[in-house]
Design a protein around this ligand. Structure first.
Ligand code: AHR
Length: 491
């Protein structure tokens, strides 16, 4: 196959927020994940120092919090102030200690140098409660909630810029779900109150790539929104924890642009595509495992222990890495509209980092972020591929998908061209003829493993990044099987 690059033809600058992350009050993401007061590996504020260091290395630009389904029954006022009263979390049916709340979340973001992004409760909550939260975070001193923040010792406002109205309120599984007929007006009223507190905030609203839901949302509230939020999980494991194998995962890479195309068309129809951007603010190949949330007997050990199955590091293989690289390439190719994406989640569950009592496991998806954040540039440039080999993969339902075997995207920044080259083939290398790649200093960074099912765990690393100059002979590059490669070349 051939790839032609034209570094002199910039297409658009990507937002760094497409490398964002998501953190929810679920299982061990917060307690046992980022926040472990008193643990030997934690700092004086209770945050795991090794987790902070790993997140700094991939320069996390933004974190969305506190949910996810959790937020639709969460009342933020329970999580601030000196006295934190535990509450029953109706979303995940466990007790929430409220020891980690808004102050701790903003502190986490300050430690990482990233933007906080707060998702509000449009389930059991009210528009007033949402706007009170904006008061707490962003008003310097006016009113009871700014005063409450200052009484907690936080004199200066937090200036939280990114906010969302609701989370997946379109489906019945969410507490406080809404009908499409009412959602637009609800969002409009929320936006009115939140932006009257701080007109500078950027506001998103829960949406899907669904015509009726989005048409009504945009008709009623399009003039008050800056983002539209969509989510994607492709290996749906909520009830049955049977992770799809490598080839079934590759089958699902055949149309990662689909939902972006649908939302783009709607925004264009409304003439909003220059003002509203997509926040793909939950995405992961693997859906989280949390069976029987509505039906399990209260406190049943099996119900709670089922969630531990998300912690099996052998689940997260080169399939996750290759799929995630294809998703990030999709975000880059659509960076004129996709302005934010948040990997769901960042720590534990299906995250790129797994914590245990003695340290961390950096799953293969972590290394994908390391490659993209630290080696892909900020300007997407023109490139096109020809004679791309393809293959038919069968998904977990037995459906066949014809898939191009190599996924690619080219960028430029500061005189360096960076080309992402993802080889999906489970067993065979692919040779690529390049043209347009600068002749300057070159490096080929390769993330792969001993086989397609390689994974990282407490007792061993099966998938890591290697730098191999010998992979470049003139303008021919060899892509190892099941690999994520980035070729950099100085102009
Ligand atoms: O499985 C986790 C859930 O997935 C998140 O809480 C929700 O936003 C999404 O449906």
């Amino acid at each position: 196959m051939k790839i032609q690059i034209n570094p002199d033809r910039p297409l658009f600058r990507r937002s760094p927020l497409i490398y964002g992350q998501f953190l929810e009050h679920f299982h061990r993401q917060i307690y046992g994940g980022v926040y472990m007061p008193g643990h030997p590996l934690s700092d004086a504020d209770g945050f795991r120092k090794d987790v902070l260091e790993a997140l700094r290395r991939i320069r996390v630009p933004i974190i969305r919090w506190p949910g996810g389904c959790f937020v639709s029954a969460y009342h933020w006022k329970d999580g601030v102030g000196k006295e934190r009263v535990p509450a029953y979390d109706k979303a995940w049916r466990v007790e929430e200690s409220n020891r980690f709340g808004t102050d701790e979340f903003v502190m986490l973001c300050r430690k990482l140098g990233c933007e906080p992004y707060i998702c509000t409760n449009a389930g059991s909550g009210t528009q007033e409660e949402m706007s009170d939260w904006v008061e707490y975070c962003n008003l310097p001193r006016e009113g009871r909630y700014a005063r409450l923040r200052r009484e907690s010792g936080q004199e200066a406002p937090y200036s939280v810029r990114y906010w969302s109205v609701g989370n997946e309120n379109y489906y019945d599984g969410e507490i406080g779900s809404h009908k499409s007929q009412e959602w637009g007006r609800y969002v409009r009223e929320a936006a009115k109150m939140m932006k009257r507190v701080d007109p500078s905030i950027q506001l998103s609203a829960a949406a899907i790539a669904d015509v009726e839901w989005n048409v009504r949302l945009l008709q009623e509230a399009g003039d008050r929104l800056d983002w539209i939020s969509i989510h994607g999980y492709w290996d749906e494991l909520w009830q049955d924890n049977s992770p799809a194998g490598y080839e079934a995962c590759m089958a699902r890479t055949d149309d990662l642009d689909r939902d972006v195309r649908k939302v783009r068309g709607l925004l264009q129809a409304f003439g909003l595509e220059k003002r509203i951007r997509i926040a793909y603010d939950e995405w992961n190949l693997r859906g989280w495992h949390h069976p029987a949330v509505d039906t399990a007997p209260l406190g049943s050990e099996e119900f709670l222990r089922a969630r531990d199955k998300n912690d099996d590091n052998a689940t997260y293989t080169m399939a996750d890495a290759v799929f995630s690289a294809c998703f990030l390439n999709m975000a880059l190719r659509n960076a004129d509209l996709v302005g934010m994406a948040n990997f769901a989640p960042v720590v534990n569950t299906r995250g790129c980092i797994f914590t245990h009592d003695r340290g961390l496991v950096l799953r293969p998806t972590y290394h994908v972020f390391d490659l993209y954040v630290n080696h892909m540039g900020d300007t997407v440039v023109d490139s096109y591929a020809t004679d791309v080999p393809d293959a038919v993969f069968t998904d977990r339902f037995g459906r066949e998908h014809r898939v191009e075997l190599v996924d690619t995207c080219a960028t430029e920044e500061g005189g360096t061209v960076a080309l992402s080259l993802v080889n999906k083939h489970p067993d065979e290398a692919v040779e690529v003829q390049l043209s347009g790649v600068p002749e300057g200093t070159r490096e080929l960074l390769v993330l792969t493993g001993r086989d397609r099912n390689a994974y990282n765990d407490v007792d061993g690393q099966g998938a890591e990044i290697e730098s191999s100059g010998e992979g470049i002979h003139g303008n021919t590059v060899q892509l190892p099987p099941h690999s994520v490669c980035i070729l950099t070349a100085r102009r």
